[in-house]
Design a protein around this ligand. Structure first.
Ligand code: KIV
Length: 291
C-alpha cells in the first residue's frame, strides 16, 4: 500500500512520497500543477498527493512561449497563492531558470523564498551537473525533487521540446543521472518526455519514486498540467495529455450567455439587484420598480 494519501485526513509528506515505489506495492503518486488558490482547492478536494507550482506558469497562465520568462518573484507570488488554500497535498515549488545555476548560495536563497511562500519542497531540472546545488539545498533542510529527460528550461539547448533518451547512450545517461540525483538526496524525480522503456529502466534503477509526464505507465506516479487536464486551452495538445473536461468550451458558452443576457436586457433581473424599502422609495417619489 502507498504510504501517501488522497485521504484528506492523512498528510502527504516528503518521507511518505520518498517511500512510494510501485514495485513495493504502492499505488501511483498523483501530482497536478496549480498556480492559484482556486486551482489548489480543486486539486486538494480531488485528492491529489502533490501540487506542483510549476514554471509552466509562464506558458499556461502568463502567455509566454516557453518557461524561461518567469522569475523567482513570479514563482513566489503564485506559490503563496497556492499555499493560502492550505491544500492537503504536498506543495512543490518549481525553481525557475537561472535561479539555481549561478551558485549553491544563490540556489539556497531562491529556494528559501519558495519555502517561505509555503512550498514544502522544491523542484529543479537537470542531471549530474546540478549535484552541488542539490547537496546545498538538502544541507539547508530543503527537500528536492529532480527533473530529467525533456527539461523545458533547456529548450534552446535541446533544439525544441523533443523526446529525450531515444538512443542507447542517452538512455544510459538518464539512468546514471537519476542515480546521481538520488545519491545527492532527491526524494523523487520527474521524468518528462522519455520513451516508456527508458522510464521503466530509470524507475527500476533507483529507490526513490519517479513521477512521469510523457514517460509511460511504469513510473511510480504521474503529473499533468492543470490546464491540460481540464481542457482550459486547446492551443497545444501534446501526445501525452489526456483531457478530462472541456472547461474552455463550457467557459465560452457561459460568457457568451452572459453577454447575450446583458444585450437583451434580461441581466440583471430583480433577484440580482438591490432595492429600496417601499417607504424610502415613496419618500423619494418612486412608485414601482424601474424596468
Ligand atoms: O512546470 C511544470 O509544469 C513541470 C511539469 C511539466 C512537470 O515542470
Amino acid at each position: 500500500m502507498s504510504s501517501t494519501a488522497s485521504n484528506p485526513a492523512t498528510a502527504v509528506t516528503v518521507p511518505s512520497v520518498r517511500a512510494t515505489k510501485m514495485r513495493n506495492g504502492a499505488r501511483p503518486l498523483v501530482m497536478v500543477t496549480a498556480y492559484d488558490a482556486p486551482g489548489a482547492r480543486i486539486a486538494s478536494e480531488a485528492g491529489v498527493d502533490l501540487i506542483l507550482v510549476g514554471d509552466s506558469l509562464a506558458m499556461v497562465v502568463l502567455g509566454y512561449d516557453d518557461t524561461l520568462q518567469v522569475t523567482i518573484d513570479d514563482m513566489v507570488h503564485h506559490t503563496a497563492a497556492v499555499a493560502r488554500a492550505k491544500p492537503h497535498a504536498l506543495i512543490v515549488g518549481d525553481l525557475p531558470w537561472l535561479s539555481y545555476h549561478l551558485s549553491p548560495e544563490d540556489t539556497v536563497r531562491n529556494a528559501a523564498a519558495l519555502i517561505r511562500a509555503g512550498a514544502e519542497a522544491v523542484k529543479l531540472e537537470g542531471g549530474s551537473k546540478r549535484i552541488p546545488m542539490i547537496e546545498a539545498l538538502v544541507d539547508a533542510e530543503i527537500p528536492v525533487m529532480g527533473h530529467l529527460g525533456l527539461t523545458p528550461q533547456s529548450v534552446h539547448a535541446m533544439g525544441g521540446f523533443k523526446v529525450q533518451g531515444r538512443r542507447p547512450d542517452a538512455a544510459l545517461a538518464l539512468v546514471s543521472d537519476a542515480k546521481a540525483l538520488e545519491h545527492a538526496g532527491c526524494f523523487s524525480i520527474v521524468l518528462e518526455g522519455v520513451p516508456t522503456e527508458v522510464a521503466a529502466m530509470v524507475t527500476e534503477s533507483i529507490g526513490v519514486p519517479t513521477i512521469g509526464i510523457g514517460a509511460g505507465p511504469a513510473c511510480d506516479g504521474q503529473v499533468l498540467v492543470y490546464h491540460d487536464v481540464l481542457g482550459i486551452e486547446d492551443r497545444m495538445a501534446p501526445k501525452f495529455v489526456r483531457r478530462y473536461a472541456d472547461v474552455r468550451g463550457v467557459s465560452i458558452e457561459a460568457v457568451a450567455a452572459y453577454a447575450a443576457d446583458v444585450r437583451d436586457g434580461t441581466f440583471p433581473g430583480p433577484d440580482e439587484s438591490y432595492h429600496l424599502a417601499t417607504e424610502v422609495a415613496e419618500t423619494l417619489g418612486i412608485y414601482g420598480s424601474p424596468t
